[in-house]
Design a protein around this ligand. Structure first.
Ligand code: GTP
Ligand code: MG
Length: 446
């Protein structure tokens, strides 16, 4: 699980080398859904928790479900159920129990005491995976920031709890002092991390400014939907793809060449998940600025997942949190190859009823990304129409501007005029139309 928990196991093998073996944690998963929750939803959530546990390096040995009207204050689940869980964990020789629900610090420690094994909740598990996955300096700093912020809220809640139950003479002073010290240490570290992250993001800002004239497209979507696979298929190169959750933590941008000489800058981003811890969203905000800034978001949806519709909702919620819900979106119904013919037909019928722009995609089928390429090219053509602009030969200023602001595809001259065929951003075109003596003719492109 957490990097520090990976210890040396195994032993000295024949040639004197030490055989390194990560000890596999044996995990029991616990879901405590509301009594009214549908059976399929409970199954989907458990399956996702199983994937999360697997990504973190744990082997799931058992699962336990208890439906609740409301969580119990002390152990979250009922006392009898807790005893049953303890027996199950012992029987399965479990080293870890993972709850799908958020536990308060008090519930966490009460459960650990009762069960005799380590207890984690969903947020901690996701934070742990991010810590495991973080590779670049920036993502490491971002994850550490999220962890510390999470820890800080725990300290506070722990203290509230302590002061309420045992805040008598003698316990209050030292407890508070200790808490204040811890908090001050954490705060200092948080400030330092923020400063370092700001420096890194300044560099990114400069790079982004240099791309102002390009059409920028960001791939967004649920974790494991296939975003990196699409980037790799369109742009080639070394893009990391894995059938596990949160394979990508760092945004990567690549140029994608399209028919007609168009190109877009395509950015791959960290995947989202249901109940993505708020601190992670906040910490990754800088990386995710690419999203709020993009000309177009391609929302990749894994239609082979039975819960893709819920996943779409979860992604929309995070986009909203990032202030990106107003960006133009193209839906990519992805992994089409996984559907049966009948399922594909049903999806095509359904998607035809949808209002938004959408394409059906697959990186496995030959030509499976043609529709996406075409949609991107369309977007480019709309953003940068090709026009014929006729300028008086004496208007040096306008001619200079045309060469500066537009991509000149061809040039012809008469005695008095220069006629340029250019590809030009729509905003610039609007300005040109108002200049006296200049005429602009659209060229229709298929
Ligand atoms: N069958 C099928 N599998 C696909 C397709 N696209 C991607 N995959 C698989 O889906 C898994 C996840 O792909 P990634 O590209 O890593 O997904 P991602 O959205 O970048 O995931 P995160 O970075 O974890 O958020 C991998 O096992 C891919 O091989 C597809 O079109 N068809
Ligand atoms: Mg990825």
């Amino acid at each position: 699980m957490a990097a520090h928990a990976w210890k040396l196991a195994g032993g000295i093998i024949g040639n004197g080398l030490i055989e390194l073996q990560a000890p596999v944690e044996r995990a029991v998963l616990v879901a405590a859904p509301h009594a009214g929750e549908s059976e399929t939803l409970v199954d989907e959530h458990l399956e996702e928790l199983r994937l999360l546990a697997d990504t973190a390096g744990a082997q799931v040995v058992a699962t336990l479900v208890q439906r609740l009207e409301a969580p119990h204050a002390r152990l979250y689940i009922g006392s009898g159920k807790a005893d049953q869980l303890r027996a199950l964990a012992e029987h399965e020789r479990a080293t870890l129990v993972v709850f799908d629900e958020d536990l308060s610090p008090a519930q966490g420690s009460a459960l650990e005491k009762r069960l005799g094994v380590r207890v984690m909740d969903r947020t901690e598990l996701i934070l742990d995976i991010f810590a495991l996955r973080a590779r670049t300096a920036e993502s490491r700093l971002q994850v550490e920031l999220a962890q510390l912020q999470y820890l800080r809220t725990r300290l506070k809640r722990m203290w509230t709890h302590l002061s309420r139950t045992q805040g008598g003479i003698g316990t209050r002073g030292p407890g508070e002092t200790q808490l204040e010290t811890d908090r001050r240490i954490i705060d200092r570290r948080i400030t330092r991390l923020r400063r370092q992250l700001k420096q890194i993001s300044r560099g990114r800002e400069t790079r982004r400014k240099a791309r102002q004239n390009e059409v920028r497209v960001a791939l967004v979507g649920y974790t494991n939907a296939g975003k990196s696979s699409i980037l790799r298929a369109l742009a080639g190169g070394d893009v990391f793809v894995e059938n596990r959750l949160f394979a990508t933590l760092d945004s990567a941008t690549r140029a994608v060449e399209l028919a007609g000489g168009y190109r877009v800058l395509l950015t791959d981003t960290v995947g989202f998940i249901r109940k993505l811890p708020h601190h992670l969203v906040a910490s990754f905000r800088a990386t995710l600025e690419e999203i709020a800034d993009a000309d177009l978001l391609v929302h990749v949806i894994d239609v082979s997942s039975p819960s893709w519709e819920h996943q779409v909702e979860a992604v929309d919620a995070v986009l909203h949190e990032l202030g990106a819900s107003e960006r133009p979106v193209l839906l990519a119904f992805h992994k089409l190859d996984q559907l049966t013919h009948a399922e594909e037909e049903a999806l095509r019928r359904r998607s035809a009823e949808l209002h938004g722009d959408h394409v059906l995609t697959s990186v496995v089928e030959p030509g499976g990304l043609d529709a996406l390429r075409e949609a991107l090219r369309h977007r480019c053509a709309a953003n940068r129409p090709t026009v014929e602009v006729s300028v008086p030969i004496t208007d040096g200023r306008m001619l200079a501007e045309a060469y500066r602001e537009a991509e000149v595809l061809s040039r012809a001259e008469t005695d008095s005029r220069v006629v340029l065929t250019v590809r030009v951003p729509v905003e610039v075109l609007g300005r040109w139309r108002r200049i006296q003596g200049v005429t602009v003719d659209g060229i229709s492109e298929s």
